[in-house]
Design a protein around this ligand. Structure first.
Ligand code: ZN
Ligand code: ZN
Length: 293
């Protein structure tokens, strides 16, 4: 894959409740966010987009749940990729055989650091992990927010993502599908719905509505539950909120997304593969006015 020199790009290698992994890149730098598939799967998906796994500059970890770190240990052992995590998350991950790995870089949640020419702002999100983090990546020409695994979006998280050009956001479940799901016990449903669980389609749509109108040009939906959501429902929920002028795409568990280029000057990078959101602006204004954080 050829990356335009100054342009930040996003490729979701796969996203869903069974595994998450994304690539943020410029021509100088390649950063993987999470490693929630097997090492072999991650390597295959990278190779499918022309990226050699040994050329990665970093793997950033959002939190220690297995759908974000399942392949980390073997991938790092095989390719020697430096890992970036906050101290509490690193402590948990290093209890395994990653303890001897020397490639650990610790960041403080809430702080800013850089990997080559990509600046990374980390911030706390409410989720049932030791120190869950989300990120905003800024390159020369734009920024990408990555916001998954959170029970709700606190004000600080909204402030952090308010000016991003592209946002990856969790649309974990449709609330009715979750309530009616026969497989999950009540306690699990309560955990998912809690303030330290996951965003529903509606909650995610409210977050997008709250920051639309600034710089936001593209939204990528991710981390969908296999049993309690469907891409068409998640996309339709966004449309119901009437957010205009924003390209929408739903990431899949088993497919690599197109590579989205992120620039300050908007141009659609993937043409027909994204669906413009259409809706009515009255609804949108109402959404903004009544959005309660
Ligand atoms: Zn997750
Ligand atoms: Zn999680």
């Amino acid at each position: 894959m050829r990356f335009n020199s100054r342009v930040l790009s996003l490729t979701v290698l796969g996203s869903g409740s069974a595994g998450n992994c994304s690539l943020i890149a410029t021509s100088q730098c390649r950063v993987l966010v999470d490693a929630g598939f097997s090492a072999r799967q991650i390597a295959q998906r990278l190779e499918a987009i022309g990226v050699r796994p040994e050329t990665l500059d970093a793997i950033l970890i959002t939190h220690e749940h297995s759908d974000h770190v399942a392949g980390l240990e073997i991938f790092c052992r095989r390719f020697g990729t430096p890992v970036y995590a906050n101290p509490l998350t690193a402590e948990i991950l290093r209890r395994g055989s990653l303890a001897d790995s020397s490639g650990w870089n610790l960041f403080k949640t809430g702080g800013v650091f850089s990997v080559k020419d990509i600046e990374i702002q980390s911030f706390y999100v409410p989720h049932d992990a030791v120190d869950p983090a989300a990120f905003v990546f800024t390159g020369h020409e734009g920024s990408i927010g990555l916001l998954t695994d959170l029970g709700y979006a606190p004000k600080l998280a909204l402030e952090r993502i308010r000016h991003v050009h592209t946002l990856v956001i969790e649309t974990n479940h449709d609330e009715r599908m979750l309530q009616e799901d026969p497989k999950r016990p009540w306690s699990v449903k309560q955990r998912i719905l809690s303030r330290h669980g996951h965003l529903s389609n509606e909650s995610a749509a409210k977050v997008v509505a709250a920051i639309a109108g600034h710089q936001l040009r593209r939204v990528v939906l991710g981390h969908l539950s296999r049993d309690c959501n469907r891409p068409d429902i998640a996309l339709e929920t966004m449309r119901r909120y009437g957010i205009e002028g924003i390209d929408l795409f739903c990431a899949e568990q088993n497919d690599v997304s197109p590579s989205f280029s992120v620039t300050r000057v908007w141009r659609s990078a993937v043409g027909d593969q994204v669906n413009p959101v259409r809706g009515n602006s009255d609804k949108y204004e109402q959404t903004q006015a009544t959005f309660d954080l």
